[in-house]
Design a protein around this ligand. Structure first.
Ligand code: CMC
Length: 375
């Protein structure tokens, strides 16, 4: 209709009320259930954050222990799934395998995939099993078996153990844990929106997460950090950053890891990951990624006035942890599944079709309470 205004990309459209996550795009703040991401990244773990997203409050020590036990008990891959995955072409993209695996699980685990099923069980199962699927993908292409991994490991350590036989360095575990916390939710981003759209038709949780994985795969959403690493490969040394970046801008190419639909200042996740890229790089005696990225930041800000987003430093951190480039987006899914499932459960409570910005109705100034002091 001629007199209707079309909001391309649904930009600035407020589609629903949510009490999960608030993005303060002008102030550069990200809040999960009232808690500032900087506090969560500094003090909590991915498991605490997943609990916070699902249940709306930080867990007590006993609740956290119970969650970790439940996740540990849900990590195994069913034999039927292994058969399906073994049939897939060996050079399949890990995101395609992940999407297929989630979809196949729905058939193998019908209890959680009933239309409208809203139990937390499916959320726990998918969160527990995604790292095992990644481990299987990585082991299969290197012709190795997924080792038996001690269940008491943290979620971040389990991911590292699933991907590599290297002994787990506590700094690596801490870095990955923070990356998982930072990626766990982000309001109505495209993949979460896709999940909620699917759920809002009264479809099942596994279908919603299949939609989300397919949506995350796109380079404007989940794949940007991989492309940042390609840029760094081309730059080679910091002194070449200016020339390479300017040449790309002259060709009207986008510089990945910069700009954001909602943040008008620096993405707070980028600030935290920059610090971790420096810490991990220093510990490993390799600041080459960090130094190139700092230079790229300087040039992009000067030339375009753009700020870094979460993807600028995450690829460097993952590379330093020994994670291959094509698993960066699957790692994003390993974290974001907590947010996707929390959004789907919220959607089932109040079924409405939706999109882009949420009218946040939760608190924003809660003080982080250390786990041992919680009631
Ligand atoms: N490099 C160069 N120019 C850019 C960039 C960039 N990274 N981002 C935006 N611009 C320019 C764009 O060309 C346009 O300029 P003009 O008005 O002259 O045509 C202007 O800024 C506005 O861009 P837009 O595409 O209308 O803005 P958007 O809100 O639709 O884009 C974005 C958001 C993230 C898609 C975009 O900034 C982008 O493509 N960034 C690179 C990809 C990237 O890093 N993606 C990860 C996003 S963070 C992940 C997450 O939160 O889940």
């Amino acid at each position: 209709m001629a007199d209707l205004t079309v909001q391309r990309g649904l930009e600035d459209v407020v589609a629903l009320e949510s009490s999960l996550t608030f993005i303060d795009g002008k102030g550069g703040r990200l809040i999960y259930r009232g808690y500032d991401i900087r506090d969560l990244a500094a003090h909590s773990t991915f498991e605490e954050v997943a609990y916070l997203l699902w249940y709306g409050r930080l867990p007590t020590r006993a609740q956290l222990d119970e969650l970790r036990h439940r996740l540990a008990a849900l990590r195994a891959l069913p034999p039927g799934l292994l058969q399906i995955l073994d049939e897939l072409p060996p050079d399949s993209s890990p995101m395609d395998v992940l999407r297929t695996a989630v979809s196949a699980l729905a058939l193998l685990e019908p209890a959680e995939s009933q239309p409208g099923a809203s139990s937390i069980g499916g959320a726990l199962r998918l969160t527990a099993v995604l790292p095992s699927i990644l481990g299987y993908i990585q082991r299969r292409r290197s012709s190795k078996l997924l080792p038996s991994i001690p269940p008491e490991l943290s979620h971040a350590a389990y991911v590292l153990a699933a991907l590599s036989d290297r002994p787990i360095d506590p700094l690596d575990e801490g870095a990955l844990d923070v990356a998982l916390i930072l990626h766990a939710d982000h309001e109505l981003n495209a993949s979460t929106f896709a999940a909620r759209v699917t759920a809002s038709t009264l479809s099942d949780l596994y279908s919603a997460i299949t939609s989300a994985v397919g949506t995350l795969k796109g380079p404007l959403h989940g794949g940007a950090n991989e492309r940042v690493m390609e840029l760094l490969d081309e730059i080679r040394t910091p002194d070449r950053a200016e020339e390479v970046v300017k040449a790309r801008l002259a060709r009207h190419e986008r510089i990945m890891g910069f700009g954001h639909r909602v943040y008008k200042v620096e993405d707070p996740r980028a600030t935290i990951l920059r610090d971790w890229a420096h810490r991990v790089g220093t510990a490993k005696g390799d600041l080459s990624y960090f130094e190139r990225l700092r230079k790229v930041e300087e040039v992009v800000h000067r030339e375009k006035g753009l700020y870094p987003n979460v993807d600028l430093y995450s690829g460097a951190v993952y590379t330093l942890l020994g994670i291959p480039k094509d698993l960066f987006t699957p790692i994003f899914a390993v974290s974001r599944v907590a947010g996707w499932t929390a959004h789907v459960l919220e959607e089932y409570q109040d079924l409405r079709l939706i999109r882009p910005m949420a009218n946040y109705v939760g608190p924003t100034d809660l003080s982080y309470v250390p786990i041992d002091a919680r009631a």
